[in-house]
Design a protein. Structure first.
Ligand code: HEM
Length: 645
């Protein structure tokens, strides 16, 4: 078949047939190779050209003086009145700042703390639809379409995937403490088993800078950069608490865990938001790895002081985390050859012969037909910075695509890594916030990592939202403040509140084919019927999250929807190529040569084995990717591109 296709393509090109790439096709994954690759590349380019929308473009009616008083950020100047721009010299900013300023010298505030989220759709499409805020009622959606009856596992990945992705999102974005002076009031039905009368949900905190009348804007309360701020914090106050001030290291207890904050019972780290065991595992591992990197740097640079070791260690840790996310986490949850090629192209780049999967005839044909591929695709890392004309920020759409709560289980069973015997069973509600610490007390890290390395997370589909999150007690000590909430209701309402277009509108704005009927969305007739009923037979009303959870079939090997994936195709590369520390300044001068080599050579498995060597019997050569259930990786996968063990 493959040889036939190559032959066919060659004949077609010789006979000068016009065989152009379909313009941003809806289902790239249904085209034969190499048209799937080409159409996805075309789609990514179109999105990069048209869907990076700056939310600082409005002409504000407020005067400069008023905006200065309100702590407004201007992409070009930084905080108004403070002239950050002039403090942004390369000499003074050789490492990542806690506030994220001065990464892009032309736009010193971009990507920093309190910089606004951008958008991936035009601003005029992001106006909140007040009239339909409760249509359909989000709690009804939670009860009818999201409630988990039986746990539906996703078997291509393990639960480490769930903890890891939250570890990532808490680095990238946080919409901050809600505004408790303004509430949504979601009507509750009489037969509701958990809530009564109305569910009061505080609104998202307002943009402290105000904005134009035409659309709402929101600020990030952490830095937008991939800078490991979840470990290092975003303020001097947090940073002071986590550092030992000796040899660049971070604080750990004598048994290599994180110190606990007595005021709330959760560990002291950069961000302990929505803490649970799966998230805690990665904070502990990466704090240990930071200290290991500092040891290595000190050995090679004995005269360096605490600050130099810490700053260089942070640069290196942020980069190796970004690499592991790009080449390991994402290729585990998207086990698809085309997606893997794209991910490799984001980090290292790909050659025409790689695009042609080693077939020289096909590579020659590709270059002839599509000269833009003659150099392949350059990797973002180590190449010149490219902000594509739009100062860097993450986007509201990006947040919406990471509402991956169904990945969480409702319970888990810890098993011994030595004997595989059941040690203890936990309900998730007893493993979150301050209760997570007792799970660490009662079990070894090795047993927890082994358990999560083999257990399945929940599938990103309808009827699979964790029930503990649908009736979640947030303790008073939490950063968000006390509350009894249904996160499924909140996930739906937040997208509506923040002007996220509904599913079909979003597809149009993302150059994807819209659906005409419920059966276009899903091949599951029961789901189609349930959706029709909930959305009053109107496909335009389907919420972005619900449409994405309902999508079926998915591209081969995908752990979430193609619609989510499209947002990642535009933003995954952007996070790397806009950041000078991954591009212009990804050099041995900044990282040291040891650091650059370490980033290239280190994969998640190396880090697990370094700190937990007794896992070695489970992490044999067959386990190429630690985010795929370990026991399922029974043979060496020769086609698996990364990591190369
Ligand atoms: C036990 C684990 C978790 C708990 C208790 C939890 C709880 C919460 C809470 C309370 C919020 C804020 C709700 C609001 O807007 O008022 C939130 C937001 C969010 N969560 Fe989770 N979550 C957990 C795990 C996860 C995981 C695994 C992911 C996967 C990526 C995730 C992704 C998000 C996202 C994207 C938001 C929106 C953030 C924003 O608006 O800036 N969460 N979660």
């Amino acid at each position: 078949m493959y040889r036939y296709l190559c032959w066919l393509l060659t004949i077609l090109s010789v006979k000068h047939y016009t065989f152009s790439i379909p313009t941003v096709p809806s289902n790239w994954w249904q085209y034969p190779y190499p048209y799937d690759v080409l159409s996805l590349a075309e789609s990514q380019e179109k999105l990069q050209n048209e869907n990076l929308i700056d939310s600082y473009t409005e002409s504000t009616e407020q005067s400069y003086g008023q905006r200065r008083l309100r702590n407004c950020l201007d992409p070009k100047i930084g905080r108004l009145g403070r002239k950050v721009r002039y403090g942004c010299s390369k000499r003074r900013n050789k490492s990542r700042r806690l506030d994220g300023l001065c990464n892009d010298f032309e736009n010193p505030a971009s990507g920093s703390l309190y910089y606004r989220f951008g958008r991936n759709v035009p601003l005029n499409a992001t106006v909140r639809d007040e009239k339909n805020l409760y249509n359909p009622n989000p709690r009804d959606i939670s009860r009818t379409l999201m409630k988990r009856k039986n746990f539906i596992p996703v078997t291509i990945v393990n639960i480490l995937v769930t903890g890891w992705v939250q570890f990532m999102t808490t680095d990238w974005f946080d919409s901050g403490k809600n505004d408790r002076s303004r509430h949504f009031k979601v009507p509750i039905r009489d037969d509701d088993p958990d809530f009564y009368d109305t569910m009061e949900i505080p609104m998202t905190r307002q943009d402290s800078c105000g904005n134009s009348k035409d659309y709402d804007t929101y600020q990030n309360t952490v830095t937008h950069w991939w800078d490991a701020s979840q470990l290092y914090g975003i303020s001097k106050q947090i940073n002071r608490r986590i550092r030992t001030r000796k040899d660049g290291k971070l604080k750990l207890t004598s048994n290599n865990r994180l110190p606990i904050d007595p005021s709330n019972g959760v560990p002291i780290t950069g961000s302990s938001l929505n803490w649970w065991v799966g998230l805690g595992i990665f904070h502990i591992i990466w704090t240990r790895e930071h200290n290991y990197v500092c040891n290595m740097l000190k050995e090679r640079n004995p005269t360096w002081n605490d600050e130099m070791l810490y700053n260089t260690g942070r640069l290196i840790i942020a980069a190796v985390i970004a690499k592991i996310h790009t080449l390991e986490w994402t290729t585990a949850i998207l086990q698809n050859d085309v997606a893997k090629l794209g991910l490799k192209s984001n980090w290292y780049g790909i050659t025409p012969i790689e695009i042609a999967r080693g077939n020289a005839t096909l590579a020659a044909w590709l270059i002839k037909q599509f000269p833009q591929f003659s150099n392949g695709v350059l990797g973002a890392v180590g190449n010149p910075k490219n902000i594509r004309g739009v100062p860097y920020s993450l986007t509201q759409d990006f947040i919406a695509a990471y509402r991956l709560h169904p990945l969480l289980p409702d319970e888990f069973e810890v098993r011994s890594h030595q004997t595989d015997i059941l040690v203890k069973r936990y309900d998730m509600k007893d493993a979150v916030f301050e209760k997570a610490e007792s799970v660490f007390e009662e079990n070894s890290m090795e047993d927890l990592i082994y358990t999560f390395g083999n257990d399945y997370p929940g599938a990103m589909t309808l009827h699979n939202y964790p029930n503990f999150l649908r009736n979640l007690d947030i303790p008073a000590t939490s950063l968000r403040g006390k509350g009894n909430v249904d996160m499924a209701t909140i996930d739906i309402l937040r997208d509506r509140e923040r002007g996220m277009p509904r599913y079909n509108a979003f597809r149009r704005l993302f150059h994807m084919t819209p659906i005409n009927k419920f059966e276009d969305l899903t091949t599951n007739p029961t789901h189609a019927e349930e959706l029709r009923h909930m959305y009053n037979n109107d496909v335009e009303l389907i919420d972005f999250l619900i449409g994405s959870l309902a999508e079926s079939p998915l591209p081969e090997g995908f752990g979430f929807s193609d619609t989510f994936f499209r947002i990642f195709t535009i933003m995954a590369r952007r996070r790397l190529e806009s950041d000078r520390f991954f591009t212009d300044d990804y050099t041995s001068e900044y990282y040291t040569q040891w650091g650059i080599d370490y980033i290239d050579d280190t994969y998640m498995k190396d880090i697990l084995l370094r700190h937990y060597p007794s896992l070695a019997s489970h992490l044999q050569q067959n386990v190429a990717n630690v985010f795929i259930p370990w026991k399922s990786q029974t043979s060496l996968d020769k086609n698996f591109p990364y990591p190369l063990y």
